[in-house]
Design a binder for this molecule. Structure first.
Ligand SMILES: Cc1ncc(COP(=O)(O)O)c(C=O)c1O
Length: 366
């Protein structure tokens, strides 16, 4: 990733940034207000290791209403989804374990496995299969050392949501091989499928859900997320979590609780805007010479491929020189090669300008 970081740092100041992994919105007003109030009222101390009880109760209630039985004992509040993923890995994996990791996929999964002395084993999410897993390939990758399957739907970077029928197959697969599913659901509320979101919660005993307030309340910098898991697993996870961070930050928890209680309309408005931008960017991308684009069904990323005779890193550099920042697909694993990730967490006006730059680039390079 360091090459990409350097590229981003070298971007001209007026470059249009479609490299962002976070909403371009601000947190809902009432969420911001709740944070200010918490700080003013003196909630500035360490809190409980697992997070404040009203927030854990509210999350449990939401999961129970949507997916399956949950109580506060199944919920641990973390420092972003990132910490929850690290805690899951450090709690779950033994040295030498193999972990099935999506390719392309979010950058932390493989590294967390390595931090725990486990071995990441990639499974493919190919464009030719609409970025859905190939069940035969998954079967072929299981050994007696395989302990976990990581799933990320909606996916970063592909923008794909696994429909119910795919989740059913993955549940069956995990049960047959006695694997724990670690399901990263941080984009669960940002999806455009015409069916309810399919969580893994309530579908099998050996499951860990990772979620976050970063995307949904546009509060990436406040660092708040959570995990759900079986009570005994959380007792172990709690120890790692304590030794890493002591506790999650207090004022953002109070703000997130307010958001869960009262910010539904703000979240819906943000998702509506993302959907409109999704429609716009996909239509534009598909009109450009040499580009193929699977329609994203969730998150805020389009992940097109191109056949311009250059690598994704070269294409990203070429675009940067013309004032457009995007992420080369290979940053997300070997199967990301030949793709670019465009985040549509930017205004429609800027997306329009970005697409003009892209089509000029495509025209010049052909
Ligand atoms: C798929 C996925 N999971 C987890 C995270 C972690 O987010 P955070 O630590 O801000 O909750 C991100 C952030 O980009 C992500 O894209």
């Amino acid at each position: 990733m360091s090459g990409i970081r350097k590229m981003f740092d070298a971007a001209p100041p007026d470059a249009i940034n479609l490299g962002l992994g976070e909403p371009d919105f601000n947190p809902p007003e009432l969420v911001k207000e709740a944070l200010f109030q918490a700080v003013r009222e003196g909630f500035n101390k360490y809190g409980p290791t697992r997070g404040i009880i009203p927030l854990r109760d509210t999350i449990a209630q939401i999961y129970e209403e949507r997916y399956g039985p949950a109580s506060r004992d199944n919920v641990l509040i973390s420092v972003g989804g990132s910490e929850a993923l690290a805690v899951a890995a450090l709690t779950l994996y033994e040295a030498g374990d193999e972990v099935l990791v999506p390719n392309p996929g979010f950058v932390l999964y493989a590294q967390h496995a390595r931090m725990a002395d486990a071995r990441p084993v990639y499974y493919s999410l190919k464009e030719s299969n609409n970025f859905l897993p190939d069940m035969d390939e998954l079967e072929s990758k299981v050994t007696r050392r395989t302990t976990a399957l990581i799933v990320n739907s909606p996916s970063n970077p592909t923008g794909t949501v696994f429909p119910r029928r795919v989740v059913d197959k993955l549940v069956d697969f995990a049960l047959r091989h006695d694997l724990t599913v670690v399901s990263d659901e941080v984009y669960d509320q940002i999806q455009y499928l015409n069916e309810p979101y399919s969580s893994f919660w309530g579908r099998l005993d050996k499951v860990i859900i990772v979620n976050s307030f970063s995307k949904i309340f546009a509060m990436t910098g406040w660092r708040l997320g959570y995990m759900l898991g079986d009570k005994d697993f959380l007792t172990e996870a709690d120890k790692i979590h304590y030794h890493l961070v002591a506790c999650p930050p207090t004022p953002p928890q109070i703000a997130a609780l307010k958001g869960l209680q009262e910010a539904e309309a703000d979240v819906k408005a943000m998702v509506r805007e993302f959907r409109a931008r999704r429609d716009f960017i996909v239509k534009y991308l598909r009109s450009i010479q040499g580009i193929r684009c699977v329609e994203p069904t969730g998150a805020f990323y389009a992940f097109p491929s191109f056949d311009w005779g250059v690598t994704d890193v070269e294409a990203a550099h070429g675009l940067l020189q013309r004032g457009l920042l995007c992420t080369p697909g290979s940053a997300f694993g070997p199967l990301g090669k030949g793709h670019l990730r465009f985040s549509f967490a930017n205004s429609r006006e800027n997306i329009g300008k970005a697409m003009t730059i892209l089509s000029e680039y495509a025209h010049d390079i052909e």
